[in-house]
Design a protein around this ligand. Structure first.
Ligand code: SF4
Length: 443
């Protein structure tokens, strides 16, 4: 049997799709492209906006047209948040919620009568979080999701409803998976979660993210550990100091700001103000001047006036950020913000987003070029840079570096003398190769 899977939305969904793919392959199914004729189509949906909902259903229709006899299975956030909506669609055979991997495999492989909708209430039922690392194609770093769900209820966000209550993987399991990744030859791991700052509160006894990171610093054998997104109010001085003092952690933080204006932050139900955000950045850079700090920004939140946006833009312009991701606001039914008045015109959202994107690009360039002339530790990736055929890798502070060199350098951390390069990447000359390859051949 052949299956095809397509993924909408964020990195967490991509992570889940990789886990689904590996479970399906273990069950004897063979992966094919979504544009090919498959026996089973899985659509890993996103529900972050109403537009994402429509896109998920469009993909179901496309799958049905491609093979009218195939099973079309919807999973992911939309399946979890609005299963009945999907079950009403004639092109959908099954709706399987999050954290129901076994049911997903059954839906794909058995021909028994299964319920059309298999979804648990993840705010009431504490579903087991399965742990496993995922390596996106062509990359060298592994992603390890150690936390799922969220209890924060920011007013624009559907995640606490779709992904359920916060749950975490126990530290001993995290350490065991890190050890196993090290044995397989991985040099870098990204610790990720839907709301990483909430890590461990649900465990018995509770564990803080700081405690987990201390254990990794003491016992973990992976040489490069990166944190994914962490909210500004949860990035404590202790975590900053630990990252600065331990050679294992990369000086790279992703601190979602969401809006650079206090009234908007309040309406978004974020738990910090702009002063606190700025102070966190100063604290990080006081300890690690070379650190890369990135952020997420929402533009055109209901009630965002021209005055708000001006203050927002000025605030962000003055911040020492290395990059940002800009998200034009789009309504998500079911969230508190969907009921807010003061919608911003689509054309105005587009204009403001473009201004911030341009600012983001110039900040990215300034950050990258600051390191032309520096010596950087670069982990070489498995695939070469398309077009140029040069090897590519990332420094500890997340700068892309392109290098001429043999395939043997792949999956090695090398010392590189960097010079100004193409656009947003530096060009490097290898001066030292550390460690040795464990012979891993990912992907
Ligand atoms: S912290 Fe806020 S934005 Fe992040 S997942 Fe939770 S509710 Fe959504």
């Amino acid at each position: 049997m052949r299956f095809a899977i397509t993924t909408l939305g964020c990195k967490v969904n991509q992570y889940d799709s990789a886990v689904i793919e590996s479970r399906f392959t273990q069950a004897g199914l063979e992966r094919c492209d979504f544009d090919e004729i498959a026996d089973v189509y899985v659509i890993n949906t996103c529900t972050i906006t109403d537009r994402a909902d429509a896109e998920s259903l469009k993909l179901a229709r496309r799958a049905r047209r491609r093979n009218p006899r195939a099973r079309v299975i919807m999973t992911g956030c939309l399946a979890q948040a609005s299963p009945e909506k999907l079950a009403r669609a004639a092109e959908v055979d099954q709706v399987v919620g999050l954290a129901r991997l076994d049911d997903l495999v059954s839906a794909a492989t058995t021909h028994q009568d299964l319920p059309r909708v298999m979804v648990s209430n993840l705010r009431k039922k504490k579903a087991q979080l399965s742990i496993g690392a995922v390596v996106p194609a062509g990359q060298t770093r592994a992603f390890l999701k150690l936390q799922e769900g969220c209890d924060q209820f920011c007013s624009f966000c559907i995640v606490p409803f779709s992904r359920g209550t916060s749950r975490s993987v126990a530290p001993r399991e995290v350490l065991a998976v890190l050890d196993s990744l090290h044995e397989q030859g991985f040099k870098e791991v990204v610790l990720s979660g839907v709301h990483l700052g909430g890590y461990g509160k649900d465990l018995s006894p509770p564990v803080t993210l700081l405690r987990l990171l201390e254990m990794i610093a003491e016992r973990g054998r992976i040489g490069r550990v990166r944190l994914s997104s962490i909210d500004p109010e949860e990035l404590t001085d202790e975590i900053i100091n630990l990252v600065a003092d331990s050679e294992k952690f990369c000086p790279h933080f992703h601190l979602p700001l969401q809006a650079g204006e206090d009234q908007l932050l309040e309406k978004m139900r974020r738990r910090y103000q702009t002063d606190h955000y700025r102070e966190r950045l100063e604290r990080i850079l006081g300890r690690m001047p070379e650190a890369a700090i990135g952020t997420d920004l929402i533009v055109g939140f209901p009630g965002e006036t021209g005055e708000h946006f001006k203050r927002y833009f000025d605030f962000v312009e003055r911040l020492p950020l290395a990059y940002f991701h800009v998200f034009p606001y789009s309504v998500r039914s079911g969230t508190t913000a969907a009921k807010f008045s003061g919608r911003v015109e689509a054309s105005e959202i587009k204009r403001r987003s473009e201004l911030l994107r341009q600012l983001g690009e110039s900040k990215r360039r300034d950050f990258v070029w600051r390191f032309a002339g520096a010596r950087l530790k670069v982990l070489i990736e498995e695939t070469r840079e398309p077009g140029s055929q040069r090897l590519r890798g990332y420094s500890r502070n997340y700068i892309k570096v392109l290098i001429q060199g043999p395939d043997q350098l792949k999956n090695h951390e090398v010392d590189v003398d960097a010079s100004a390069g193409d656009g947003l990447a530096l060009v490097g000359r290898v001066v030292h190769v550390s460690g040795h390859s464990a012979g891993r051949s990912p992907n």
